[in-house]
Design a protein around this ligand. Structure first.
Ligand code: PLP
Ligand code: ZN
Length: 435
């Protein structure tokens, strides 16, 4: 059970972000990871394929004992997320196993988008550049590395699409079997780009939340299956910290003032914040205040609704949105995402399907980046947050663009005003161009 819905208060004191010490190696070979810690009651548990607290069923998170680490240690590391391996629950020789080497995607100074939004200093973190074109390659790589140490041999997941791609590809590269469960409504492109890796792919008649429940049952039945976002979720989730690390490193070892993050389960948002906090605690960046903003699709906005209503409880919804990668009606980390946004002084907004398409097109025509619907959600919500003054237009801002538009062509297909072919002569071209 990963759900923490109904949890009304979050005790931030119990969120373990690790301590700094001389470091000893963990027996399991999970690098600086030392134990699992309950996010609700703070109880510690040994490192294992567990995701819920034995005492209170709260979600477990990895707790660390970091060694001293310098900027140079990181900068001289691999050109992938593994440059941060000493901050992740993975063995030090992680890069020697076959893996997809995700991360170190570009951070783009988005001057034209900034102008369109009325902002001054805007950056786009373009995670479409990952091996299977979404940020999910980061979390899957970390989950696979941890799962190997924990003795698993099959990589599995319930997925809203991008995770399916990432799991199937990572398993193929590692020579593992994969089992991927998807809701039957998934975009065709995401089905094909998973099937090509030749693992087991099963479409289930139901929503993502149904598929997720099914995965939890299967995880209990199949002890050698690592469901990346279920039974090894604590390790998987840590992969999202690398987005925070990279943004800070690429800004020249600084934290941005504001960051806008799409919310599906809410995990990524909380881990970007965790990454920022760790860098401050380790002295790798100058500690500075920053604000974390969340973005949802209006057709699946349980966290945004809770934020707007001033509630701590995230009430599950039945998703109905073109942003299928964010279509999680009962987000496991929703309450923690709320907590992060409130603690940092940010806000959560949501965007209609129409605004999402406009967001995709705005990013494409100003910066030459074609994002999937989740990226459209982020851009559209950023626009609304600037318009009503909650996102400071003068503060340095980073938008996380987490997936590629080639996977969600359906969303834009009817909006691009494609013209019928013309005759092969210059006159016809002039007429078509209206000159
Ligand atoms: C899964 C996904 C998200 C949401 O991440 P969470 O950690 O579940 O909140 C955002 N963008 C894309 C493209 C995704 O595939
Ligand atoms: Zn607990």
């Amino acid at each position: 059970m990963t759900g923490t819905l109904g949890t009304s208060t979050i005790n931030t004191e119990t969120i373990n972000t690790g301590t700094i010490s001389t470091g000893t190696t963990s027996e399991l070979g999970l690098g600086p990871a030392r134990q699992l810690v309950c996010r609700e009651c703070g109880l510690g548990a040994p490192l294992a394929a567990e995701f819920a607290c034995a005492e209170c069923f709260g979600p477990l998170e990895v707790g660390y004992d970091f060694e001293c680490i310098t900027r140079l240690d990181i900068e001289s590391g691999p050109r992938s997320i593994w440059r941060y391996r000493r901050l992740l629950p993975v063995p030090d020789d992680v890069d020697e196993y076959p893996n997809t080497q995700p991360g170190l995607t570009r951070l783009i100074h988005a001057e034209r988008l900034a102008k369109a939004l009325g902002m001054r200093r805007l950056w786009v973190k373009d995670d479409t550049g990952n091996p299977t074109h979404s940020f999910k390659d980061r979390v899957v790589a970390v989950a696979l590395a941890a799962a190997r140490q924990l003795g698993f041999s099959v990589l599995a997941c319930p997925s809203t699409g991008n995770l399916a791609n990432a799991v199937a590809a990572a398993a193929a590269r590692a020579g593992w079997q994969s089992v991927v469960l998807i809701p039957s409504s998934l975009e065709r492109a995401k089905v094909l780009t998973t099937a090509v890796y030749d693992g087991a792919l099963i479409a289930v008649d139901g929503t993502y939340d149904d598929v997720n429940r099914l995965a939890t049952e299967l995880a209990a039945e199949h002890e050698d299956w690592a469901f990346v976002n279920v039974n090894v979720r604590p390790y998987y989730a840590e992969g999202s910290k690398t987005l925070g690390y990279e943004v800070a490193e690429q800004l020249g070892w600084r934290l941005p003032d504001q960051v806008v993050v799409p919310i599906g389960s809410g995990s990524q948002l909380t881990k970007v914040d965790k990454g920022f906090r760790e860098l401050s605690e380790l002295g790798l960046v100058q500690p500075a205040p920053y604000r974390v903003f969340g973005a949802q699709a209006s057709g699946c906005s349980p966290v945004s609704a809770a934020f707007k209503a001033g509630r701590d409880v995230v009430v599950p919804v039945r998703p109905d949105t073109i942003a299928r990668s964010l279509a999680i009606g009962a987000p496991a980390d929703g309450p923690y995402a709320l907590d992060t946004v409130r603690r940092t002084g940010g806000a959560i907004e949501d965007a209609t399907d129409e605004e999402v398409v406009e967001g995709i097109r705005l990013l494409a025509r100003t910066e030459g980046i074609f994002a999937e619907t989740a990226g459209g959600v982020t851009v559209a919500c950023a626009k609304k947050l600037v318009e009503d003054g909650r996102l400071d237009p003068d503060a340095e801002t980073v938008l996380l663009i987490t997936g590629d538009g080639l996977k969600t062509l359906d969303a834009v297909e009817d909006h691009l005003g494609l013209r019928a072919p013309v005759a092969p002569n210059t006159m016809a071209i002039r007429t078509a161009l209206g000159r």
